[in-house]
Design a protein around this ligand. Structure first.
Ligand code: SF4
Ligand code: SF4
Length: 57
């Protein structure tokens, strides 16, 4: 199960992309995207996102 970004909550700040140890997150057009093939479910991004926009779903 990869981390999932709730589109409407994401502000595109890039904090999640900076903290991901596996570089699984990219931010384009103010929206974060998780590459499920790179995500290792460490949940760092979930704790980091100021908007609660990332879930483990
Ligand atoms: S930390 Fe949250 S608000 Fe910022 S880019 Fe990532 S998902 Fe979006
Ligand atoms: S759960 Fe971990 S590996 Fe997956 S996108 Fe978030 S920070 Fe990266």
């Amino acid at each position: 199960m990869a981390a999932f970004v709730v589109k409407d909550l994401c502000a595109g700040c890039g904090a999640c992309a900076r903290v991901c140890p596996y570089r699984a997150i990219t931010v384009e057009a103010k929206l974060a995207r998780v590459n499920p093939q790179l995500c290792q479910d460490c949940e760092e991004c979930i704790f980091t996102c100021p908007n609660g926009a990332i879930t483990a779903a």
